[in-house]
Structures are given as structure tokens and as C-alpha cells.
Design a protein around this ligand. Structure first.
Ligand code: ADP
Ligand code: NI
Length: 221
């Protein structure tokens, strides 16, 4: 199978798997990440077959939905790509992207080892911030049965992936624990540029949210 064809059948496969998903990890998330990764990958002169397959398969079996199992994604991707007779070295490279893309806590360095993984990580992180990021955070929080906000729960900067995984805090904490940190952790100049406006919008949203909640009273630090 030619590379273009493999990308096309993978997109169809993922669209079928993710249609109607309700936690903010739906097909449209994957599609936006795919398209942004293609845009950034073109500017960065990355291998676009790898970038596209990595983007399309990056959430195929996310640890967040598989009891923290980080190998569930690479396993599902390998199964699919082997069934398409993709070459083993390509499969291994796609799996490496999937392993490196995820955020693992404020104190954990998740800088990817290849240009292609850096591009996919940037595209995924752009979709976690801005207006879409706000929508996705509350969709995920609702899906997990979390409170929107509670003045009794202060945000924590997680030092390890284990701590980050255990987190059950309200959705507004997630802005401090992850979303506000992303702007300074993007890998590519194009990603960094695209993040500016989204970051500012999200800050304004949280400020307005807290003003409506607390009135003139200061929110807890
Ligand atoms: P990552 O691989 O970095 O985890 P994903 O594409 O899987 O990125 O999406 C993560 C998104 O899921 C976040 O940007 C956010 O919208 C949502 N999310 C994850 N954890 C939480 C949380 N504790 N509270 C609210 N939203 C969350
Ligand atoms: Ni994603």
C-alpha cells in the first residue's frame, strides 16, 4: 500500500472508531490535530507520512481511558498497521510518537525525541488550549463526573506521572495544572506562534469565571 493510501484508510478507520465520543477526544479532535500537524509539519519539513499517522493514531487507546496503561495505544496502533501490512520500522516510529505525545504532569519533562513527535505534540497541545481547549476541558470533566470549580481544592503542580494520573480535582484546577503551562512547552516556532492568542483567551476566560464566582472577593491563591 502506498503511503497516501495508508494515511487515507487510517483516517477512515479512526473516524469510525471515534465518531460521537463524548469526552473531548472525538473524531473532530483527531481531525483538528491531524490538520494542524500537517500544517506545522510542512513548515518544519518533517516526514509527513509519519506526522499524519502519528496524529491520526495518537489517542487510539489513550492511557486516560485504559486504566493508566501507557502501552495500550502503541499496541492498538501496531495491530491496525500490521493488518495493513505497513513496514515494521514505520510501525515502530509511529508507536514512538504515540508514547511521547502526552502531558504527564507539571514537573515531568515530556520533550519528544524526534521532529515528527514534536510536531504531533504541538498540534495536540494547541487543541487543549484556547476556546476549544476550554470546551474540551469541561467536556472531559463532565465525562469524569468532576465539579467545575471548588474554592476548597487548590491546584497542584504534579511532580510525577503517577501523581498526575491520580488527580481527581475540579476542572478549573486543570487550567493551572496543565493548560496554562502548555504555551511555554511547545516545540516548534509555528506552534509557539499559534499558542499566543489561544493562551490569552483562556486566561481571560478563567479571570471572568472567578470574578463571576467570587464577585469582588479575592479567590484563594
Ligand atoms: P494529552 O495526551 O496531553 O493528555 P489529549 O489529546 O489526550 O492530550 O487531551 C487531553 C485533554 O483532556 C485536555 O486538554 C483536557 O481538555 C482534557 N483533560 C485531561 N485531564 C483533565 C482534567 N483533569 N480535567 C479536565 N480536563 C482534562
Ligand atoms: Ni489528543
Amino acid at each position: 500500500m502506498k503511503a497516501d493510501e495508508l494515511v487515507a484508510v487510517t483516517a477512515q478507520h479512526v473516524e469510525k472508531l471515534f465518531a460521537g465520543e463524548g469526552s473531548g477526544h472525538d473524531w473532530w479532535h483527531i481531525r483538528r490535530v491531524w490538520q494542524n500537524a500537517l500544517k506545522i509539519g510542512t513548515l518544519e519539513k518533517a516526514d509527513l507520512t509519519l506526522v499524519q499517522l502519528g496524529a491520526l493514531l495518537h489517542d487510539i487507546a489513550d492511557w486516560k481511558f485504559h486504566a493508566g496503561d501507557e502501552e495500550a495505544g502503541p499496541r492498538a496502533a501496531t495491530e491496525w498497521l500490521q493488518a495493513q501490512q505497513a513496514p515494521e520500522d514505520l510501525i515502530e516510529q509511529v508507536c514512538q510518537i504515540i508514547r511521547e505525545v502526552s502531558f504527564k504532569g507539571a514537573g515531568v519533562d515530556t520533550t519528544p525525541s524526534t521532529l515528527e513527535a514534536k510536531v504531533v505534540q504541538d498540534a495536540d497541545r494547541l487543541d487543549a488550549i484556547g476556546a476549544i481547549g476550554i470546551g474540551r476541558a469541561f467536556a472531559y470533566g463532565g465525562y469524569k463526573g468532576r465539579e467545575m470549580y471548588s474554592p476548597d481544592h487548590v491546584p497542584l503542580l504534579h511532580a510525577s506521572f503517577e501523581e498526575y494520573k491520580k488527580n481527581q480535582g475540579p476542572t478549573l484546577n486543570h487550567f493551572y495544572e496543565k493548560l496554562f503551562l502548555l504555551k511555554d512547552r511547545l516545540n516548534t516556532p509555528a506552534g509557539q506562534q499559534l499558542a499566543q492568542e489561544r493562551h490569552a483567551y483562556m486566561q481571560q476566560f478563567v479571570q471572568q469565571f472567578l470574578t463571576e464566582w467570587h464577585g469582588e472577593e479575592q479567590p484563594p491563591a
